[in-house]
Unconditional design. Structure first.
Length: 618
């Protein structure tokens, strides 16, 4: 009963009524709608000019004022750097000009974050946490006129902000939220009590958006609300957290003890906090591809001279097949990251797209691909990849920060939705047209409406067996046309595979997480391939020499086709059942010494004795 109420709460928070275009939504339904991504979007000249002007200033600032190794070593961003960011107006990049900001498009914002992330990830995340998911973004979407006038000028002026959602016992399951907000008897304020964990910018935030329960803990229908909270309010304390990467970022545990927040600081309506969080995260995820592309380019810049200069067995290591293929793949993946950053940024700027799926897929793909790129870069550099930049410099070598890039990259698979949660989130959105066609309503029970299904499925399913002639007629340079035909065929096949799985599993499909993950991986790779082909076709058009763009796109498509075929095989032949075990195999843990100790009350807990966690609903 509780799970039903939780699911219903999350379903109500979804923006399910959107009628805007979505390339990815069509793709999962077996329809490759190329008109939404072809031709590849070009940034308007005036907008690009505005971005170019600030980028030159940022580039000079990074070179002269920001030492990323010092920041990593000392674990903090110097005040001089924060002051310089304020002077450049970078805390207000996404704030409209009328409130004192730069009023940047998503494209220009991502261009700036890309440049900063290429030099110092900690500084990039400081800015991203401040305005991709901090106070500014939710305030722009859900704030009243008075709230915008009061807080946005401060955000633009450099009052560092944060977004406080996660708690010690709450990751992707909002039903477990313990932080409470109780309204006072006179209705003038809310009293907030609880804890928030891993809050980027939290310990130094002057303003924050905080999510709290405004319903009783035992309520059958949990209610989450959002509040604008001043960082210096009495009753707020913090404890810093330290991580393997992003060591310069201020992040911590925030404690709220009878914190009094004016009732006027309620953001949106009471009970709509989860919707605000989901909407904010959707847009915030677009920054990760931009930052990932920047780190990937740094890896290429590190490897290119290295593989030419380093010699083994009489020739440069770049002439050995294993190394050459690895670095070529890195180049192809980097081009893909640049493509999806440009496309999703342009989609956000147009305002014509429902970006939930595209943003989630871009976040999922870019974070996982960057981790592979960073790991392969370290492997190619060998011991020099594992060695710190300070150590390299101390013995007279170039201070190449590969190990720092690797450490900084790892968090992307966790923040703003872990890869596991992203796959379930994407699967839920991808299945939405099927739920509507069958009349099924998650969280409300009920079975399939066969009358509704009979109206939709016969025509739709039959059409999935016939190629779209408009795709086959589309002229593409080199081998890209063949890849496009493959994408169209596999898109129709994906639609059929999902339908077959729905028929076979029905309501139980939501628990087949590994099956859903394979569908998501196939769809994501088809999305990335389509995007890369679109960008390569556009880039090739102005290239008079032999096109490297087409070669990179061809390689990317070949690599992704291998992964797609593997996912398809694993749909039917896999170790899913064998890999799901209720035993803890505690005997395997014998013969070790640990610096930590499992509490006694956890010793006897096994999956049989603990209720199944509510994964993937958020």
């Amino acid at each position: 009963m509780k799970e039903k109420a939780i699911l219903q709460m999350v379903e109500e928070a979804r923006d399910s009524a959107s009628t805007k275009k979505s390339f990815a939504r069509d793709l999962f339904m077996g329809n490759l709608e190329l008109s939404t991504i072809f031709p590849f979007p070009v940034q308007p000249a005036e907008d690009k000019k505005a971005g170019d002007a600030i980028l030159e200033k940022v580039r000079e600032f990074l070179k002269t004022m920001v030492d990323p190794d010092l920041i990593d070593r000392e674990g903090k961003i110097p005040k001089s750097v924060i002051s310089g960011l304020r002077k450049l107006g970078l805390f207000g990049m996404k704030v409209p000009v009328q409130y004192g900001g730069l009023g940047f498009s998503q494209t220009n914002y991502n261009r700036v974050i890309h440049l900063i992330a290429s030099h110092c990830s900690s500084t990039a995340v400081l800015l991203s946490a401040h305005q991709s998911i901090g106070v500014g973004q939710p305030l722009l979407h859900f704030g009243t006129g008075e709230q915008k006038r009061q807080f946005l000028p401060r955000v633009a002026g450099g009052a560092i902000s944060a977004f406080a959602l996660t708690e010690p016992s709450v990751g992707s399951d909002p039903s477990q939220m313990k932080t409470t907000a109780a309204i006072t008897e006179d209705g003038s304020a809310y009293i907030i009590n609880g804890e928030k964990l891993w809050i980027s910018n939290g310990p130094v935030a002057e303003i924050m958006i905080l999510m709290a329960r405004t319903s009783a803990e035992d309520s059958g229908h949990p209610s989450i609300s959002a509040f604008i909270v001043e960082g210096n309010t009495p009753g707020i304390s913090s404890q810093p957290c330290h991580f393997m990467g992003l060591r310069g970022l201020s992040n911590g545990l925030l404690k709220f003890n009878d914190v009094k927040v004016p009732a006027g600081n309620l953001l949106g309506e009471e009970g709509k906090g989860l919707k605000i969080a989901l909407t904010t995260l959707n847009t915030g995820r677009l920054t990760i591809p931009a930052a990932s592309a920047a780190a990937a380019k740094q890896c290429l810049a590190i490897l290119r001279p290295w593989i030419n200069d380093r010699k083994q067995w009489g020739k440069s290591i770049g002439r050995h097949e294993a190394v050459a293929s690895r670095v070529s793949a890195i180049a192809a993946y980097t081009y893909a990251l640049e493509a999806i950053t440009g496309l999703t940024s342009a989609m956000a700027d147009s305002g014509d797209f429902d970006l939930r799926l595209e943003a989630a897929m871009a976040k999922l793909y870019s974070s996982e691909v960057l981790w592979k790129i960073a790991n392969d870069t370290l492997q190619t550099r060998g011991g020099r990849g594992y060695e710190t930049a300070d150590s390299l410099e101390a013995r007279g070598e170039l201070p190449v920060p590969v190990e720092r890039i690797l450490r900084d990259a790892r968090i992307n698979l966790i923040i703003e939705g872990t890869s596991d949660i992203m796959r379930l989130f994407i699967a839920r959105e991808a299945l939405d047209p099927h739920l509507k066609a069958t009349g099924m309503k998650p969280g409300e029970g009920g079975g399939v409406s066969f009358a509704a299904a009979a109206k939709f499925y016969p025509g739709w399913y039959t059409g999935l067996y016939f190629p779209r002639r408009r795709v086959r007629r589309k002229k593409m340079p080199g081998p890209l046309g063949k890849h496009l035909v493959y994408i169209e065929r596999e898109t129709r096949k994906l639609g059929r595979l999902i339908f077959h799985s729905i028929v076979k599993n029905r309501q139980k499909l939501q628990d087949r997480q590994l099956t859903l993950a394979r569908f998501v991986d196939i769809g994501t790779r088809l999305f990335v391939m389509s995007t890369v082909i679109s960008k390569a076709a556009a880039d090739h058009a102005g290239d008079t020499a032999e096109s490297g763009f087409v070669k990179l796109a061809d390689l990317l498509c070949l690599l992704e086709r291998q992964e797609i075929e593997s996912s398809k095989r694993n749909l039917h032949k896999n170790a899913d059942k064998a890999g799901y075990s209720d035993g803890r195999f505690s005997w395997l843990e014998e013969g070790i010494v640990s610096s930590w100790q499992i509490p006694d009350y956890l010793e006897d807990l096994t999956p049989q004795k603990v209720a199944a966690p509510f994964w993937g609903r958020f």
